[in-house]
Every structure is written in C-alpha cells, then in structure tokens.
Design a protein around this ligand. Structure first.
Ligand code: SF4
Length: 237
C-alpha cells in the first residue's frame, strides 16, 4: 500500500491479557519496531466504549482490506480445537486437492469443554493421531509424553486458557459464558460463506503479492518466530 511502516499504529484487541507482555518480546520486533504497538483486552475495550457512551451496534462501516474478510477456519481459532480443525481442513486440501468431508470439517471429537481430547483422522492415505488440550496441567502431561518418547500424536494443539481464547483473562470474567462463546464461534463458522483459511481471498492476495510461497523466506521472516526460554521471568516473581 506504499505506507511508511513507522506511521502505522497496530492495535490488537484481544481476549488475551498475556498479549500485553507478548508484544514486547524481542522475537517480535522487526528492525527497531514492535510488530504490535498496543494490546487492549476485550474487557478494556468494552469499558472504554461504555465510558465514552459509544454504542458500537449503531455504527456501520467496513473494515480496511487485510482485515475485512474472515474465514470460518479463522473464526474458530478462538476456541479449543479450532486451530486444529482449521489446519486439518487446509491439510486435507493440500494433500488431496479437495476440501474435507463434513466429518473432518467439524471433527466433533476435538470440540468442547474437555481439557484433553484426541482423534484419529485419515487424509488421503495418511493416518494422523491428533490431540487438543487446554490448561497447562494438560499441556504438561502431553509434553512429558513427548520428552519421554511415549507420545503417539502427530499434531498437538495447546491453548493455555479454559476453552481456549474464549476463556482468556482479558474476557469478562465468568466461566459460565465460555460455552456460549464456543457455540457462537462455531455457529459463525457454519454460517460463514467461506469456511477455509486457504480460500480467504485476502490471505491468498498477501501470499500472491507479498509473501510468495508458503514457507518462503519472506513468510518465515514475517510470520514465523522462535520461543526462547523465559522461565527466569517466572522464577524471579
Ligand atoms: S489461550 Fe489464553 S493465553 Fe493463549 S492466546 Fe488464547 S487467551 Fe492468550
């Protein structure tokens, strides 16, 4: 778009209070710029809107490009099993050349408020064991299996919060709402005109015009990161 990156203020509105720390991580700095400048939680945004008497429902308009189109696969990222389901949809397309049948599209076994879920799926001639977990005690159990060489899973999704990001600490408190939020995301996915991340026209355009192929040097530079040991931060608290 020909914009000077230093003139862009990138604000993340997020269910995740950990994002406030995350945006300052040195692994997410490009040059001397933060990739995300400000992170505010959904609760903070709601409080701000109330304080300013802004009724968001009475406003109309459209998002700018890059952020205007969401696939169902992107929408369900916010709940447990959603990242796995979206990734398997695209894996099915990449392996077989066609979108998945409904049983893989929805993959009921890895949905819902159970802390550790698993499923076996077949894509083309490939069989996969997948696991989905939330809360760190479940993640630890899986990671111990990986470290011990006992892990039977090919693909593991971990979300720290109960139910996934819908239960993030930046959301209004109250776990009774988590199930409703999961249902809302799944309903939005079912109703989406496009349920596949790989069919999102704006994502396709970014790859075509800017990033190049999946896994290209540019894609790795802008989309990939590394995670360094931060346990000293926990130990020093
Ligand atoms: S699961 Fe929780 S900690 Fe992880 S990104 Fe989502 S809100 Fe943040």
């Amino acid at each position: 778009m020909g914009l000077d990156p230093s003139n862009i203020i990138h604000v993340a509105i997020t269910p995740c209070s950990a994002k406030k720390y995350e945006i300052t991580r040195e692994e997410l700095v490009t040059g001397s710029m933060l990739c995300t400048d400000i992170a505010i939680t959904t609760s903070e945004l709601a409080a701000l809107l109330k304080k300013r008497n802004i009724n968001i429902a009475s406003h109309s308009g459209s998002f700018d490009t890059l952020m205007s189109t969401a696939s169902g696969g992107g929408i369900i990222f916010g709940n447990t099993g959603g990242v796995m389901r979206a990734a398997l949809r695209t894996a099915h397309f990449n392996i077989t050349g066609s979108n998945p049948p409904s049983n893989l599209l929805d993959l009921q076994k890895i949905q819902g408020l159970t802390g550790l879920k698993e499923a076996s799926v077949t894509i083309g001639s490939t069989s996969l064991n997948v696991a989905v977990c939330y809360e760190m005690r479940n993640a630890k159990m899986l990671l111990d299996q990986v470290i011990d060489g006992r892990c039977k899973y090919d693909f593991i999704e971990v979300m720290a919060c109960k139910g996934g990001c819908v239960g993030g600490a930046g959301q209004p408190a109250g776990s009774s709402k988590i199930e409703k939020r999961i249902s809302a995301l799944n309903a939005a996915d079912v109703q989406a005109s496009n349920r596949y991340s790989h069919e999102n026209p704006e994502i396709k355009a970014i790859y075509r015009d800017f990033l190049g192929d999946v896994g290209s040097p540019a894609a790795k530079r802008y989309l990939h990161t590394t995670y360094n040991d931060k346990s000293n931060l926990i130990l020093s608290v």
